[in-house]
Design a protein around this ligand. Structure first.
Ligand code: 13P
Length: 254
């Protein structure tokens, strides 16, 4: 049995005051949730404030990115020691915006994923095809390449403990959600590929989140799919009531 995870990716949104206000309003709404893991990923500047506000609750804080090097001359980058010091337990790795807007490739995703694991934190590794990939019938090949490249060298134990987020690029921020059938088909494919990489038991335990225009209205149908173990939510996670509604809907449907 996989514990569902609902993760909020705030992207480049919210000041420290706004992030703290969200967290203060959100925590009471999910105080009774014991059957799902909830993660908030604020921008770096608000990470310590959100982690501090979450202390004493079951809600975890995540960084949206990290650099794999432990320190040094890397202007603008943030290390794992820094995100851990800020109170994060999870790190989003390889988000499609990082890949497509900032040139992150599978090799960088792999270095980051391995560094996050070595630091004892949980990576949420994002994969997903573009619309052009899908229209060219390349979805499976793209996912395979991202899985094989991004997760190269991981032991079965590692694969079991990471979280993989399937986020079709054409569904991110577009209001165009994958149908539950499309999500299930992609997730089942990802799980088969993980099984080939790390064995069936590890693949079975690995949580696979769906991301891309998840809203309170579509969260139940997506989460009800057998290989969908929760959601990585962008826009609809910016409002505490909306994200709490998604948490509630998903954990009941999974
Ligand atoms: P939206 O929910 O805004 O489509 O964003 C999804 C996403 O990219 C989460 O990481």
């Amino acid at each position: 049995m996989r514990t569902p995870m609902l993760a909020a990716n705030w992207k480049m949104n919210k000041t420290v005051a706004e992030a703290t206000a969200f967290t203060t309003a959100f925590l009471p709404l999910v105080a009774d949730v014991a059957d799902a893991e909830i993660v908030l990923a604020p921008p770096f500047t608000a990470l310590a404030a959100v982690a501090a506000a979450c202390r004493g609750s079951d809600v975890a804080a995540a960084a949206q990115n990290v650099h794999w090097e432990p320190g040094g001359a890397f202007t603008g980058e943030v290390s794992l020691a820094m995100v851990r010091d800020a109170g994060a337990s999870h790190v989003i790795v390889g988000h499609s915006e990082r890949r497509h807007l900032f040139g992150e490739d599978d090799d960088a995703v792999n270095r980051k994923t391995r560094a996050v694991l070595a630091a004892g934190l949980t990576p949420i590794v994002c994969i997903g095809e573009t619309l052009a990939d899908r229209e060219a019938d390349e979805t499976a090949a793209v996912l395979d390449r991202q899985i094989d490249g991004g997760l190269a060298g991981l032991a079965a134990d590692d694969v079991e403990s990471i979280v993989v987020a399937y986020e079709p690029v054409w569904a991110i921020g577009t209001g165009r959600t994958a149908t539950p059938e499309q999500a299930q088909q992609a997730h089942a494919h990802v799980r088969r590929r993980l099984a080939a990489l790390a064995g069936g038991a590890a693949a079975d335990r690995c949580r696979l989140l769906y991301g891309g225009s998840v809203k309170p209205a579509n969260a139940a149908d997506l989460s009800a799919q057998p290989d969908v173990d929760g959601a990585l939510v962008g826009g609809a996670s910016l409002d505490p009531r909306s994200f709490a509604k998604i948490v509630d809907t998903c954990r009941k449907a999974v």
